[in-house]
Design a protein around this ligand. Structure first.
Ligand SMILES: *Cc1c(COP(=O)(O)O)cnc(C)c1O
Length: 379
């Protein structure tokens, strides 16, 4: 079955008890046990809930993994996955990783003596030379945020396998529709399901999918023990959001491609970052591992004043952090998502004060381009 059909038919779309074409929201914390000597599938909802289970099975099928896990946020998914490691372990993380991942990697986990080194993972030699005797994992994110840098997943996996490192990837920007890292050898895929999977800016949630039963048992043990689970109502919202993932992304991606090409042609735009345009240096690598360029792009206006003026003038697009919803969202990384990174470090990474990030939504393109056009004109 092809991906778009799998979103609708994956074995978790019909309630087994009633035939309902929507999995019921099981608002239950606990379950009556018929016989204390015979354990039943569900006993307490931190350990397992039927609505969450339908979601977890669905995402495991879509990513091609053995087991899926739903968490209360993308960061809860990332933190829980990283909690399978122990004091004394070392993890290599790509340097332009999501801000929250940077924060827990550079602060939180170091308090438990899990060391993290940040490297430019698009430079595979840098990855190789960061490996130490106690390195246990490689954590990637591609395309990266906010500059859409590309890491070659197959090559990174090859390096990791030589040293028996666990490979983890944040696949939020692509979703399983456009990129399925487990098929490329990755062990654990993480999503902020708040973004494209939920798709409607109405839920905060995280997902993880694991390849390999032994590794999956470790993640389950953290999910159940640490307890950062997703509730049944939010699990249902993700099940619903997933059904339209392909049609939303097809349309949003088409819009993003048009917007990127148009911005790229404007004299008052300095540079556009989007893997779908020919000027992107790693376009070929990206398309060797993903089926599309996605719906997030960024661009540089040339100077701080023109970026500030754009952010003030833009009308139809929302000004917000987050991405992946039905509405177009623009954000200003230096003041919003990446404000916590020191200025000199930001500039080294290319996150300058004329950079604007766009998550392209489902509006009609002509309206969006009119909005952008008038916002790019400086008084
Ligand atoms: C938003 C985001 C996260 C964090 O997810 P939350 O659901 O906000 O906790 C992680 N990675 C990426 C790429 C994101 O965009």
């Amino acid at each position: 079955m092809r991906f778009g059909s799998k979103l609708i038919h994956n074995g978790n779309e019909i309630d087994k008890n009633t035939g309902a074409l929507s999995i019921p929201i099981y608002h239950a914390s606990t379950y009556h046990q018929e016989d204390v000597d015979r354990p039943q599938e569900f006993d307490y909802s931190r350990s397992g809930n039927p609505t969450r289970k339908a979601l977890e099975e669905t995402i495991a099928i879509l990513e091609g993994g053995d087991r899926g896990f739903a968490f209360s946020s993308g960061m809860a998914a990332t933190s829980s996955v990283l909690s399978i490691f122990s004091s004394g372990d070392h993890i290599i993380v790509c340097e332009d990783v999501y801000g929250g991942t940077y924060r827990i990697g550079s602060g939180f986990f170091s308090r438990f003596n899990v060391e993290v080194t940040f490297v430019d993972a698009s430079d595979l030699d840098a990855v190789r030379s960061a490996i130490r005797s106690n390195t246990k994992a490689l954590f990637l994110e591609t395309p990266s945020n906010p500059l859409l840098k590309i890491t070659n997943i197959r090559e990174a996996v090859k390096i990791a396998k030589e040293r028996e490192l666990i490979t983890i990837i944040d696949n939020t920007f692509m979703s399983p529709y456009l990129q399925r890292p487990i098929e490329l050898g990755i062990d654990i895929v993480i999503h902020s399901a708040t973004k494209f999977i939920g798709g409607h800016s109405d839920v905060v949630a995280g997902l993880a999918v694991v390849k390999g039963r032994e590794l999956a048992a470790k993640v389950y043990s953290v999910q159940n023990g640490f307890g950062a689970i997703l509730g049944p109502q939010d699990s249902w919202l993700l099940l619903r959001g997933l059904k339209t993932l392909k049609v939303r992304l097809d349309y949003q991606q088409r819009n993003a491609q048009r917007l990127a090409e148009w911005l790229d042609s404007l004299p008052n735009v300095r540079q556009v970052f989007y893997p779908g345009i020919s000027s992107h240096k790693d376009r070929d690598v990206h398309f060797s591992q993903a089926d599309g360029a996605g719906a997030v792009l960024s661009f540089k206006t040339g100077d701080r004043n023109s970026a500030a003026s754009f952010m003030k003038k833009i009308k139809m697009a929302a000004v917000a952090v987050s991405l992946g919803g039905v509405e177009t969202i623009v954000s200003y990384p230096v003041k919003m998502s990446h404000a916590s990174i020191p200025q000199n470090e930001r500039e080294r990474l290319g996150i300058t004060d004329d950079l604007i990030r766009v998550s392209v939504g489902l509006e009609e393109m002509e309206d969006l381009m009119e909005d952008f056009q008038s916002s790019l004109v400086q008084d």
